[in-house]
Design a protein around this ligand. Structure first.
Ligand code: SF4
Length: 123
């Protein structure tokens, strides 16, 4: 019976196996850490994987004590709003180019979004 649950690495997971896409940790002392989330709060991306990538989030820039330009993501809900939507959002933007300290702009988001739309999607 156990063999029925084995999925080859190159196959997507079966539709009923979706628990890996996120969870809500209501007992966390920081919950809800981002305000304005309307759907199920996804805590899986507490440390957003897109911090080192270009992303469409409403980040602001700050300079850390070593002089490195970093994102302040306090106002972003994209990695948390809805279990499946936030999972799909992160998967899509993981293909974005590395973040190089540029301020956020609508023009850059549009260009990156178009470029990502042309890439084949795996999940
Ligand atoms: S702005 Fe949002 S999507 Fe972008 S890195 Fe920060 S938390 Fe992630």
């Amino acid at each position: 019976m156990a063999e029925a649950n084995i999925v080859a690495d190159d196959q997507p997971p079966p539709p009923e196996a979706r628990a890996f896409k996120g969870f809500t940790h209501r007992a966390c002392e920081y919950y809800p850490c981002h305000h304005g989330v309307r759907r199920a709060f996804n805590c899986l991306f507490c440390y957003c994987p897109l911090i080192e990538r270009e992303c469409p989030g409403p980040y602001r820039l700050f300079t850390d004590m070593r002089g490195t330009t970093r994102k302040d993501c306090s106002a972003c809900r994209l990695a948390h709003d809805g279990i499946h939507p936030s999972w799909a959002f992160i998967q899509r933007w993981l293909d974005a180019p590395p973040f190089r300290g540029q301020p956020q702009s609508r023009a850059r988001i549009r260009a990156l979004s178009q470029a990502l739309r042309q890439k084949p999607r795996t999940l």
